[in-house]
Design a protein around this ligand. Structure first.
Ligand code: CTP
Length: 403
């Protein structure tokens, strides 16, 4: 899935011959699942029609401050449009439009929208080779870069003038991959490794029976997705669940028992930057595993159980720079117990969920959590989807590791 999927992309088109290529650009954005709206400078309409672009983007196209077809002129709100955008792409960006953007000139709808935008702005220059090299144009590029706008460099080739050189707008495919790569490079967890445990563990009694629990694994999988969406490389160690995930940054390691999970977690912990242990690990396992299926010959059966190794505590004991997060499911003295667990297991953060809250816990799609950090700061949240809880958790972790 492209990082552009679901994003609101505003495309600003200024008046150069390369404007004809924006039909393909809109199609590519739409194909990747982005929502696309288009604003045009008046002169760009000589090169491509608003009808083509509104048809491809499935949205109205604006090029003036009002819809002045009749006497009841309607104001086109450039501020709303700019704030709607997650990404603003100006392509082609002519020397004229770039210079106006650099100087805050606001004499058309595209420029007013540009000045209102708070999102990342990309511009793809298109002009003749001498214009592209002109000192005045270089001033515009530098000014825009100093405003944190990102330039998608022009390419070399045959130009509208018949001359050959640098100045052709980057091809639509190049613009799309440039933006995708730029966003991926700037993700806050880019280059970080996140280790996650999820789901239940199954502790064998005999070849066909086990001791397990009702954990769905959903919380851990949501945390894995949220981490990967922020650019992290994720190792997801999961007990048996029905959850599925396909993401190029998520490496799933299926395990069965607490001792399998312990081994896998220790294998990956050393190189991890963050470890989030959300699995519902069995606290006890049968002391002996019967080699053959146990027959029901006796009226009662006693199983002797022994403690499993506490994975979280064992990682807390050896942690160096890793940011270690544990979960606590409590029924009484919740805050006190969670704080105690945080200290005992040497954690940086603990996520408390209480079985007293309806909608929280094992099987549901929602959770109600409280975060407690090692400095004793307590942050309480309302009942939310597990997807949103995962995003809150990652934001809290980012706050800490960036502090
Ligand atoms: N955990 C673990 N390995 C275990 C048991 C628990 O890694 N063998 C982790 C869980 O993934 C969770 C945290 O420890 O992040 C809390 O587990 P919990 O069972 O609630 O805590 P305990 O310390 O076992 O305390 P108690 O059973 O007394 O509540």
């Amino acid at each position: 899935m492209s990082i552009l999927s679901g994003k609101n992309i505003l495309l600003g088109i200024s008046g150069g011959i390369a404007a004809y290529k924006t039909a393909s650009l809109v199609r590519l954005f739409v194909k990747l699942g982005a929502n696309v709206k288009v604003v045009m400078t008046p002169s760009s309409k000589d090169f491509i029609t608003p009808l083509t672009l509104s048809t491809l983007s499935k949205n109205p196209v604006h090029s003036s401050f009002t819809n002045d077809e009749d006497d009841n002129a309607i104001w086109n709100n450039h501020v709303d449009l700019a704030l709607w955008a997650n990404i603003f792409v100006i392509a082609p960006a002519t020397a004229n439009t770039l210079s106006k953007m650099a100087h805050g000139v606001c004499d058309n709808f595209l420029l007013a929208t540009y000045l209102s935008a708070k999102c990342p702005v990309y511009f793809a220059p298109a002009m003749d080779l001498d214009m592209y090299k002109h000192e005045s144009t270089l001033h515009s590029f530098n000014a825009l870069k100093s405003y944190n706008n990102v330039m998608i460099p022009a390419e070399s080739g045959e130009l509208a003038s018949g001359l050959v050189g640098e100045g052709r707008m980057a091809e639509p495919e190049t613009i799309v991959s440039f933006i995708e790569n730029d966003i991926l490079e700037k993700l806050p967890l880019k280059g970080k490794k996140v280790l996650i445990t999820a789901g239940p563990t199954y502790e064998a009694i005999d070849p066909v029976r086990f001791i397990g629990n009702h954990s769905s694994g959903k919380m851990g999988f949501e945390i894995a997705k949220a981490s990967a969406n922020l650019g992290a490389e994720v190792i997801l160690i999961t007990g048996p669940t029905h959850q599925k995930v396909t993401h190029s940054l998520i490496h799933v390691i299926p395990v069965i028992s607490a001792s399998d999970m312990y081994k896998a977690a220790h294998e990956y912990f050393e190189t991890a930057d963050v470890a989030i242990l959300s699995a519902a690990v069995a606290d006890y396992k049968p002391k002996e595993v019967a080699l053959q299926k146990i027959k029901k010959k006796d009226p009662t059966l006693t199983l002797e159980l022994e403690k499993t190794k506490d994975i979280l505590a064992s990682l807390g004991a050896i942690k160096t720079n890793q940011f270690l997060v544990g979960f606590a499911l409590e029924t009484n003295n919740e805050l006190e117990n969670a704080k105690d667990k945080l200290k005992r297991k040497n954690l940086n953060l603990i996520v408390l969920n209480s079985l007293n809250d309806t909608g929280a816990g094992f099987k549901s799609d929602t959770n109600k959590v409280t975060f407690i950090d090692a400095e004793d700061t307590v942050t309480e949240f309302q009942l939310k989807s597990k997807t949103d809880v995962a995003i809150d958790l990652l934001n809290k972790i980012l706050e800490h590791i960036n502090a």
